[in-house]
Design a binder for this molecule. Structure first.
Ligand SMILES: NC(=O)c1ccc[n+]([C@@H]2O[C@H](COP(=O)([O-])OP(=O)(O)OC[C@H]3O[C@@H](n4cnc5c(N)ncnc54)[C@H](O)[C@@H]3O)[C@@H](O)[C@H]2O)c1
Length: 350
């Protein structure tokens, strides 16, 4: 099978995790620990090829992607040597890409903006992954537009509604292109952990009365969240967590703060209170400590390969099974195990 040719909009920490992950698993074919799936259809992770990239920061634009991923203000952990990729980072349109809190951190490149659809086509990209800051709503829509113009499928990692917006979904369907989103789930994120715990407790007959999940992180995305998307993220996460319980409870889940010295690490604090047999009280307190950038890699590997599989089969518009499996705000939300089964069915279809 041929390669999967992928372009990146936004060369931040998440792009760093994905790019490094591709080098890591290409080199370490014997050590495949850490992946969710070795194959999706007939595709291996190393069938994914990054062919073009766009950003706006002066320290990234004009650099090869292999260098740009390590440029400031990115602070993702370095876990792989990335050889020169011959993929220059091109300047996209800024729009609302830089929020107030990031104005002193992001340095907008003076270079003129490129013709994004032209570069996408020249590089042979078939899928564009949107990895912009979560507050960059206008810019996200702009890249979705460019994907349509360049005949690329679209993976929306950000919380801006694209796959879950019926108008956008219809536009991709009319263009005979796939779209998946919105807001990627982490490989092992607090939301999935929270949902799994609630599911376990409720199936064991525990009545959970109140629960919360609070995050602190040190990547630029945490800072942007604090300024622009705290409420949106809180809404998405709270709804997702609530959906794991078959009854009403007091639930709050959402990002709370930015702690600069944490770099790209994220600490998530979970608290659950309820009662079990005979009204006996039960409490769980736990902390999940992860790194943001690497938490997206394994899920992105699966999503990219599944979207390509859908494209091979001529599937267009929203790919619901992928969206429900890998995103926090899909067009149709399903219980975890149903979503996983749906994804397995999707990839095993002839
Ligand atoms: N585990 C994860 O990393 C994870 C999980 C779920 C969702 N997400 C989402 O992924 C997105 C990216 O996260 P991140 O941590 O990499 O953020 P980041 O801040 O590290 O990276 C964003 C990048 O986009 C660039 N950018 C800003 N405006 C642009 C524009 N107009 N055109 C091109 N580039 C532009 C910035 O310069 C930066 O390099 C966020 O929306 C986040 O919510 C990430």
């Amino acid at each position: 099978m041929g390669k999967i040719r992928v372009a990146l909009a936004g060369v931040g920490n998440c792009a760093s995790g994905l790019t490094q992950g591709l080098s890591y698993y290409r080199e370490e074919k014997k050590n495949l620990l850490g992946l969710r799936k070795l194959t999706v259809g007939d595709y291996f992770p190393w069938d994914i090829e990054l062919v073009s990239a766009f950003d706006i920061d002066a320290r990234k634009v004009g650099q090869d992607l292999s260098h740009a991923i390590f440029a400031e203000p990115n602070n993702a952990v370095k876990f792989a040597q990335v050889p020169k990729l011959n993929v220059p980072v091109h300047k996209g349109r800024v729009l609302d890409g830089v929020g107030e809190y990031l104005k002193n951190i992001v340095v907008v490149a003076p270079a003129p903006e490129v013709n994004v659809p032209q570069i996408l086509k020249q590089s042979g990209a078939e899928i564009l992954i949107n990895l912009l800051p979560s507050g960059a709503t206008e810019a996200t829509r702009w890249y979705a537009e460019k994907a349509l113009e360049a005949d690329c499928g679209f993976i929306n990692v950000t919380p801006t509604s694209i796959a879950s917006d019926p108008e956008w979904a219809e536009r991709f369907e009319r263009a005979k292109l796939p779209v998946v989103g919105d807001d990627l789930v982490d490989q092992i994120g607090a939301t999935t952990l929270h949902r799994t715990l609630l599911n376990l407790l409720s199936t064991q007959g525990v009545h959970v009365s109140e629960t919360y999940q609070l995050d602190v992180g040190g990547g630029t995305e945490s800072l942007d969240t604090l300024e622009r998307t705290r409420e949106t993220k809180r809404k998405i996460k709270t709804e997702t967590v609530k959906s794991a319980l078959p009854y009403e409870a007091a639930v709050v889940a959402g990002t709370t703060d930015y702690v600069d010295f944490m770099q790209n690490r994220r600490d998530s604090y979970l608290s659950l209170k309820g009662t079990y047999f005979g009204g006996t009280p039960l409490e769980i307190e736990l902390r999940l400590s992860t790194v943001d950038a690497t938490n997206a890699g394994a899920v992105l590997f699966d999503v990219i390969r599944a979207v390509k599989l859908g494209m091979d089969r001529g599937e267009v518009g929203i790919l619901s099974a992928i969206s429900a499996y890998a995103f926090k705000h899909p067009p149709i939300r399903l219980p975890l195990e149903v979503a996983m089964k749906g994804f397995e069915n999707f990839i095993s279809q002839a």
